[in-house]
Ligand binder design. Structure first.
Ligand SMILES: Cc1ncc(COP(=O)(O)O)c(C=O)c1O
Length: 393
């Protein structure tokens, strides 16, 4: 006899099924770069965030020369007895890469975004937040006491916002938007900072993609007050960091609840992360970045996206309807391509899409064959591929 809760949840699942919104995790086996078996079928993946193909890299001892650690766990939160050398060394390297005084590790980007705003924002602050910011930033802002004003996607905060004289005016934005693939307006961000506004920049999808393995803000000489970098995307591993001033980092150590009340990152993971970061910032990273941006330009040309709009390895292909997006993803799978359908609440209602991402490891012939199949499959569903790529423009 199902309990009240069981039957309520079963009903909710049935509703999700009808709306084309239920989800399951496809089973991946035998992964080697962008090739793997998905539920047993061999595919080429075009939906990972491992943009530089570093997740499966076997890193040599040279790149990984830190003293061996056998410690699997930090043992406690950083503030109790988990502040191990491996974590501090990694933080120093991340700060150097991001060009900031300090960096603070978090177990994930979600945890960083959920914990940092609540610590830094105060009543009387005014936050301009892009409507399409990642769920973790939205949740983090909900935990703060600041007033929040949503910005249309891509818009900048007004030059003279109505704000309590004592309050800080923030702009919360991603640098490369995870589901749109476009970039923040760097000049508008610079003006916001010059006017004395504070910039909270989530570089989850840009950290590692620019010169020397750095960020979009470093590339353009932009100085965010708070930079969030994630280590599970271009760095090919897991975790996240906040790069900021020494003063703000010191405060976050005391007040960011998801840092204070959580076990420190595993020292084993930190050791591997140091090797990943060395690879990202070194020659391997340089050659992978060159290959990645070459692949981005190649794919853009094939699907008719002008070079100025090919700003990242992320290409959203708008479908609209949830069930149709899933059907198109299935049809591509039948042809050996794994491109996930992305549906609400990850994207706004009515804007279900395929989110296609390129990797440095894709070959030119794979990209060409995919582009040809995309055109065929989209037209089977009465959709024009060129129009589907024009999301937001
Ligand atoms: C913009 C953005 N911020 C934060 C995160 C969360 O990072 P993590 O996967 O490390 O939790 C993501 C993950 O997809 C993201 O896209």
């Amino acid at each position: 006899m199902p309990t009240g809760l069981e039957s309520r949840i079963a009903a909710r699942l049935a509703e999700l099924d009808v709306a084309g919104l239920s989800r399951r995790s496809p089973h991946i086996t035998l992964r080697r770069g962008c090739h793997y078996a998905l539920d047993g079928r061999p595919v080429v993946g075009f939906c990972s965030n491992d943009y530089l193909g570093l997740a499966d890299e076997e890193l040599s001892a040279e790149e990984d020369d830190a003293p061996a650690t056998t410690a699997a766990g930090a043992g406690a939160s950083r503030l109790i007895c988990g502040d191990l050398e491996e974590l501090r060394d990694l933080e120093a390297e991340l700060a150097a890469l991001a060009g900031t005084e300090a960096a603070l590790l978090f177990p994930s980007g979600f945890q960083a975004n959920v914990g940092v705003p609540g610590a830094l924002l105060e009543r009387g602050d005014l936050v301009f937040s892009d409507r399409l910011n990642h769920a973790s930033m939205i949740d983090g802002l909900r935990l703060s006491r600041a007033e929040i004003a949503l910005l249309e996607h891509g818009a900048a905060p007004p030059a003279s916002p109505r704000c309590n004289a004592a309050g800080v005016t923030w702009w919360f934005t991603e640098s490369i938007f995870s589901m749109e693939g476009d970039r923040v307006d760097v000049e508008a961000a610079r003006r916001h900072v010059q006017r004395g506004g504070a910039l909270y920049l989530d570089e989850a999808h840009s950290f590692g993609l620019f010169r020397g393995g750095s960020t979009l803000s470093c590339e353009y000489g932009l100085r965010p007050d708070v930079l969030i970098g994630t280590l599970g995307k271009a760095a090919g591993c897991a975790g996240a960091f906040v790069a900021t001033s020494a003063t703000i980092a010191r405060f976050l150590r005391s007040r960011a609840r998801s840092f204070v009340f959580s076990t420190g990152v595993s020292p084993l993971l930190a050791r591997r992360l140091r090797a990943q970061i060395a690879a990202l910032a070194g020659e391997l990273g340089d050659s992978r970045r060159a290959a990645l941006w070459r692949n981005v330009r190649h794919f853009a040309l094939l699907v008719g996206v002008e070079e100025s709009r090919a700003q990242s390895p992320i290409f959203p292909l708008l479908v609209g309807d949830n069930l149709q997006a899933v059907a198109i993803a299935e049809a591509l799978l039948d042809r050996g391509w794994h491109v996930q359908a992305i549906r609400p609440p990850t994207v706004p209602a009515g804007s279900a899409r395929l989110r296609l991402t390129l990797s440095a490891l894709h070959t030119a012939s794979e990209i060409e064959a995919l582009a040809a199949d995309l055109r065929t499959v989209f037209s089977t569903y009465g959709l024009d591929l060129a129009s589907a790529t024009r999301l937001g423009s």
